[in-house]
Design a protein around this ligand. Sequence first.
Ligand code: ADE
Length: 234
Amino acid sequence: MRIDVITIFPNMFKAVLNESIIKRAQAKNKVKIIIHNLRDYTLDKHRKVDDRPFGGGAGMVMSPEPIFRAVEAIQARCRIKGKGLRIILLTPQGKQLDQKLAKRLSRYKNLILICGHYEGIDERVRQYLVDEEISIGDYVLTGGELPAMVLIDSVVRLIPGVLGKRKSLKSESFEGNLLEYPQYTRPANFRGMHVPPILLSGNHPAIEVWRKKAALKRTKERRPDLFKKLLKRK
Ligand code: ADE
C-alpha cells in the first residue's frame, strides 16, 4: 500500500511514523508513506494556502488550488487510478472511523489523506475531489493531522504481514463486535491480588470458555451497543 498525506504541518508526522510497528511496516515494504507539504503546491510567492470566506464571516478557508494541484501531482506520480485509489478528507463532518472502516481502507492500493484546517475547506474540494470524508470522533481538533495519524495506524496494522501473528488480530477488541477478555501475566499472586485459578489450570478448552464468557460479560457491561449487534447477528 502507498499512503500520501497532504498537510501544512509535515513535521508533525515524523515521530509517529518513525517508531514501532509503522516504522517496521515501512522497512518491510508493506507500506510506503509520503508526506507532502501543501505549501509546495501553491503558485504565489507567499505560499498562501488559505483565504477569506466569500460572503464574510470569521476565520479563513483553505483554498482549492493547492489541494487540487497536490492531489493531481500525486496521482500523476503513483499511476494508481480508479478503484485502487481513495482520496480522503479528515474532517469532523465525516463518517466516524471504526474497525470496519479501517478494514475496508486497508484493501486499497493507494490512500491520499488531506488534512483540513482553519474554519474549513473550500466546498469544491469535498464536491469534486474527495471520495470520502472521515472523522475520528465527535470532538474538534485543531487540524486533520492527528486524525490522519490515527487512521494510518489503524489501517497499516491490518495490512497482511505487518503484525507478527495473524492470531493476535483475531482475538482483539471489536473483531466480531466483542471486547477483549481480561489478560494476566506473572506473578500469579501480586500483592495479594490473584489471577483467576482457571487460567493456571492448564485446561485449555475450559480456558477458552472462560475467556469467551468474560469477553461477553465485558461487552454487555461496557458497550451495550456492540452487545446488541452481537445478538442480532445470531
Ligand atoms: N479535524 C478536526 N477535528 C477532527 C476530527 N474529530 N476528525 C477528523 N478530522 C478532524
